[in-house]
Design a protein around this ligand. Structure first.
Ligand code: GUN
Length: 283
């Protein structure tokens, strides 16, 4: 068996084109502000990519770049200013923040109606309670990829490998909401290969280079690789040993070009959703 490759780059581009078309029909440009503190080089690349994609799709997007020495109080004051700015619909505080700033404090300071990362405890709670709200971008992108794969979610055995606030936990909630039978596995799980082999849908978000081997994958399973790991030679690889996995999976995402482009597309989707909801215009 050779797995079907799920092309996140193409799907992300289609989603962004659909959002751009919807925005041309509006009388306003949805506003996005990405807040970056300090000089983390990877964050610089991510923030530029988000900004460029947003502007291309017709959003009013800008980066608020604060110096490394910015105090927590100054960052919270900047977030408060964006909360009350009526032209701003979405606020994203890029992580990681410098060590002297508590990420939880910054996340909790964002107005939940503008929380396009879906990280605010109110939005996390809404998701856990099965209520509508803003959902973290990467898990939302994974749900699009699963829809694209054609896999039937209802009753399917799904395994989420990883329990982070950003991916694993919200991912499990979304799959549960779609009527999957969900297992959350993590670094303390006993006999991880056996748990993975039971899964018809496997979401790898452990942050460990090529941890999931080909023989951990049930024949025909849909495998979504959320991992982005840089090797010493600069090459990017996922949490799944891709070359082994293509011989077992029914469908699989590549790294790069799988989940990554979907995360940006879903940030824009969240921003348009927030803009419409804040104006009482249901998405
Ligand atoms: N840093 C790495 N990924 C993310 C993300 O999805 N959101 C934010 N805010 N920061 C990140």
């Amino acid at each position: 068996m050779t797995a079907h490759i799920l092309d996140g780059k193409a799907l992300g581009a289609r989603l962004r084109a659909g959002l751009a078309a919807r925005i041309t029909g509006l009388s306003f440009k949805p506003g996005l502000r990405v807040v970056r503190v300090g000089e983390d080089p990877a964050s610089g690349v991510y923030v530029r990519n988000k900004d460029r994609a947003a502007i291309e799709a017709g959003f009013d997007s800008a980066t608020v770049h604060l110096p490394e020495a910015t105090s927590e109080a100054t960052l919270l004051a900047e977030i408060a200013r964006l909360n009350t700015d009526p032209t701003v619909d979405g606020i994203l505080v890029q992580l990681p923040l410098p060590a002297h700033i508590r990420a939880e404090a910054a996340i909790a300071a964002v107005d939940p109606s503008k929380d396009v990362d879906g990280f605010h405890p109110l939005n996390a709670g809404r998701l856990a309670a099965g209520q509508p709200g803003l959902v973290p971008c990467t898990p939302r992108g994974v749900m699009h990829l699963l829809a694209e794969s054609g896999v039937a979610l209802q009753g399917a055995r799904a395994l989420v490998l990883g329990r982070s606030q950003i991916v694993g936990r919200p991912m499990a909630q979304l799959l549960l909401g779609a009527d999957c039978t969900v297992t959350i596995a993590h670094s303390r799980t006993r006999d991880l290969p056996a748990e993975c082999r039971r899964a018809e849908i496997l979401i790898a978000a452990a942050g460990r280079t090529e941890m999931v081997r080909g023989d951990w994958i049930s024949p025909g399973a849909v495998v979504i690789d959320v991992g982005i790991n840089r090797l010493a030679d600069g090459k990017l690889v996922g949490d799944v040993a891709f070359q082994e996995a293509v011989g077992h999976a029914g469908a699989i995402t590549p790294v790069p070009g799988g989940v990554g482009p979907m995360t940006i597309a879903c940030l824009l989707e969240n921003t348009l959703d927030a803009a419409l909801a804040r104006r009482g215009m249901a998405g």
